[in-house]
Design a protein around this ligand. Structure first.
Ligand code: BGP
Length: 470
């Protein structure tokens, strides 16, 4: 077994973290547009509206909206086969519940997709990557409200029909499992709790509405173009039992339950025993409406896309409580304390393939680091080359030794973009350096880091040569 000849090498981004032009050509506000930047490790303040005098990183991003051609030329130079990006939902439906789309928004993505295709790069599109129209949150309460299912389907049908000959690979909700994993899932589901609400019940309801929306999108997509491949997308948290104590092994299972809750429904088409057990663990009674069950069954996904950055350890005192940590004595950590664990990616690929027997697409993986620009303008990011090379080797082992079906690899942030967790620019993932700082200052000039030539070599050899550069 070896990597397939049509393996989808590339990079992954999200509109809210790079496009900018936050009100241009009729775009409405998204939930990301009212999130301020923050400092290292401090949560990002979220506002109800755009306030004057505040810095919101999404408003300018790295100005991909106006500089996409230059960026795509650089991706082509590296030999990208695909480019993962999201469509900014409120660029197409500015408030989310209109009947007619914003033509100027649709034209923007026509230009971007055409520019990619011109260079032989396939667009891979996330339909919702933390960009729910803010008006849907304010008017309907976001995904806790079933009405969003129809608005989402209408949006999907609009872009599926428009781009049916330009895009083949789609995914519905980025890291949908973050809905349950985040304490308050604002990024993912636009949810902020109202007084008196049971947070767990809200998360279960919002997740269900997103499941139905995703299934309806899959059905609509296949109707519009039977060749479409539409995936789910989760953050995969490879987790080790902290010790071989049986209680710790059970804790590992408990930590995986809220994650498989999502893939079980989206890949198998129903709430499995693991899902109902998870509901019981949360103390939530939830009966999915009968009319939804057939849709879930019919609208299962074509592949599983996932992000993988690091692994966890889990332990339990009594076999039912759960303690989860990032610290692992066997692993080093990055500048943001994220453990570096390439073998965890091989384990993730095996676990997902064993469980679902579906093609897998690694759509996010990368190293956020503080880069230093040398006097000559270069960035000697050998640490990034090492990180990515080790992870690509682990992916190859999953294919070559474990016979897992992997269709592609898009590393996160092939160009420096805004960090979702902190809103910082200095947490950089790119092969391409962008001159911009955490206060939003800088020329936005692009320049190649050392890793740029390295990734080009990896792609030219279809992953065979991941060795570092002199
Ligand atoms: C994932 C998101 C991405 C991305 C990435 C890195 O959770 O899907 O949008 O940003 O994490 O996270 P950060 O930007 O916080 O380093």
């Amino acid at each position: 077994m070896r990597l397939r000849d049509d393996f989808l090498w590339g990079g992954a981004t999200a509109a809210n973290q790079m496009e900018g032009a936050f009100l241009e050509d009729g775009k409405g506000l998204s939930i990301a547009d009212v999130e301020q930047g923050s400092r290292h490790g401090v949560p990002r303040p979220i506002h109800e509206e755009v306030r004057s005098g505040c810095y919101y990183p999404s408003h300018e991003g790295i100005d991909f909206y106006h500089r996409y051609q230059e960026d795509i030329d650089l991706y082509a130079e590296m030999g990208f086969k695909c480019f993962r990006m999201s469509i900014n939902w409120p660029r197409i439906f500015p408030v989310g519940d209109e009947a007619e789309p914003n033509e100027a928004g649709l034209e923007f993505y026509d230009r971007v997709f055409d520019a990619l295709l011109e260079k032989g790069i396939q667009p891979v599109v996330t339909l919702s990557h933390y960009e729910t129209p803010l008006a849907l949150v304010q008017k309907y309460g976001s995904w806790r409200n079933r009405e969003l299912i129809g608005f989402f389907e209408h949006y999907c049908r609009t872009v599926f029909s428009r781009y049916k000959d330009k895009v083949k690979y789609w995914m519905t909700f980025n890291e949908i499992n973050e809905t349950m994993n985040q304490r308050e899932p604002y990024h993912q589901a636009g949810i902020r709790y109202q007084p008196g609400e049971n947070p767990e019940a809200v998360k279960v309801l919002a997740s269900h509405n997103m499941f139905v929306a995703s299934a309806r999108a899959v059905l609509a997509g296949h109707e519009i173009n039977p060749d479409f491949k539409i995936g789910c997308m989760i953050q995969y948290p490879t987790t080790y039992a902290r010790t071989c104590r049986p209680e710790d092994v059970m804790a590992r299972r408990y930590h995986m339950m809220p994650n498989y809750y999502y893939t079980d429904v989206m890949c198998r088409g129903y709430y499995t025993n693991l899902c109902t057990a998870q509901l019981q663990r949360l103390g939530v009674t939830f009966e999915p409406p009968a009319e939804d069950l057939e849709i879930l069954k019919a609208g299962t996904v074509d592949y599983i896309a996932f992000s993988y950055y690091f692994s966890y350890t889990a332990s339990s005192e009594d076999g039912s409580s759960l303690k989860v940590e990032r610290a692992n004595p066997y692993l080093e950590r990055n500048d943001w304390d994220w453990p570096i664990d390439p073998m965890g990616l091989r384990i993730a690929l095996n676990e997902l393939y064993d469980r679902y027997q579906m093609p897998l697409f690694v759509v996010e993986n990368g190293l956020g680091a503080i880069d230093k620009v040398e006097a000559d303008g270069s960035v000697q990011d050998d640490y990034r080359i090492k990180f990515l090379g080790d992870h690509i080797e682990a992916l190859k082992q999953a294919v070559e030794l474990d016979h897992v079906d992997v269709i592609g690899y898009t590393c996160w942030g092939p160009i420096d973009i805004i960090s979702v967790g902190t809103g910082e620019m200095r947490k950089r993932y790119g092969f391409i350096y962008v001159d911009k700082d955490d206060e939003g200052k800088g020329s936005l000039k692009r320049s190649r880091k050392k890793s740029f030539a390295w990734y080009k070599k990896v792609l030219a050899t279809n992953g065979a040569d991941t060795s570092g550069l002199e």
